[in-house]
Design a protein around this ligand. Structure first.
Ligand code: GAR
Length: 201
């Protein structure tokens, strides 16, 4: 049974999808801790409402590594094995990544390496792609960059605006993230270079 921490900055719908899957017994994990760098994040309130330990650690105006050291200290106290970034809108320092090599995963609302960064759904619409989606990947020091674990595709419709497209992608995020966390918690992922393989197919 892996001990999981979830880091978020906002709404927290991916946190809810992960916690639902864990509570249904679909993932061999327990949520040890939820951390938000935004005090008013609805996701932090959802965590507390569900009875999880929820911590606000302020990041505004602080040195990146100083913030990351405080987060890592809390993760170590709880002996966390896996860290899920779920709408956590901060780049991690090399210190943070080096403390948890291949143990940090992130979800991003595009088929990476297309449209990294902010407003990926708007970027996809503006580029005119016909298919976009979401990606769950390991986190390294570069933005939206590490080896890919799971991707799900979503069609872009002619009458889509950013909101409609975001909604359709989010539905797939809520399936992709639990699927990826399950594979990790079952020790079924092997990484070779940029490629993450599912052991046993
Ligand atoms: C999600 O769409 C997630 O993919 C995105 O933020 C949203 C968080 O929603 N993350 C990124 O863009 C990271 N680069 P949520 O708070 O409802 O889970």
């Amino acid at each position: 049974m892996k001990s999981v921490a979830i880091l978020l900055s906002g709404r927290g719908s991916n946190f809810l999808a992960l916690s639902d899957a864990i509570e249904r017994g679909e993932i061999p994990a327990r949520i040890a801790l939820v951390i938000s760098n935004i005090e008013s994040a609805p996701g932090l309130q959802h965590a507390k409402d569900r009875g999880y330990k929820g911590l606000f650690i302020p990041s505004k105006g602080r040195d990146r590594e100083e913030f990351d050291r405080e987060v890592v200290a809390e993760l170590q106290k709880e002996r966390v094995d896996v860290i899920c970034l779920a709408g956590f809108m901060r780049l991690l320092s090399s210190y943070f990544v080096s403390q948890y090599p291949t143990c940090i995963i992130n979800i991003h609302p595009s088929l990476l390496p297309a449209f990294p960064g902010l407003e990926s759904q708007k970027q996809a619409l503006e580029w005119g792609v016909k298919t976009t989606g979401c990606t769950v990947h390991f986190v390294d020091e570069e933005l939206d960059h590490g080896p890919i674990i799971v991707q799900r595709s979503v069609p872009v419709l002619d009458d889509d605006d950013a909101e409609a497209l975001s909604h359709r992608i989010l539905e797939q995020e809520h399936k992709a993230y639990p699927e990826a966390l399950k594979l990790i918690c079952e020790d079924r992922i092997k990484i070779e270079g940029r490629r993450a393989w599912i052991v046993g197919g």
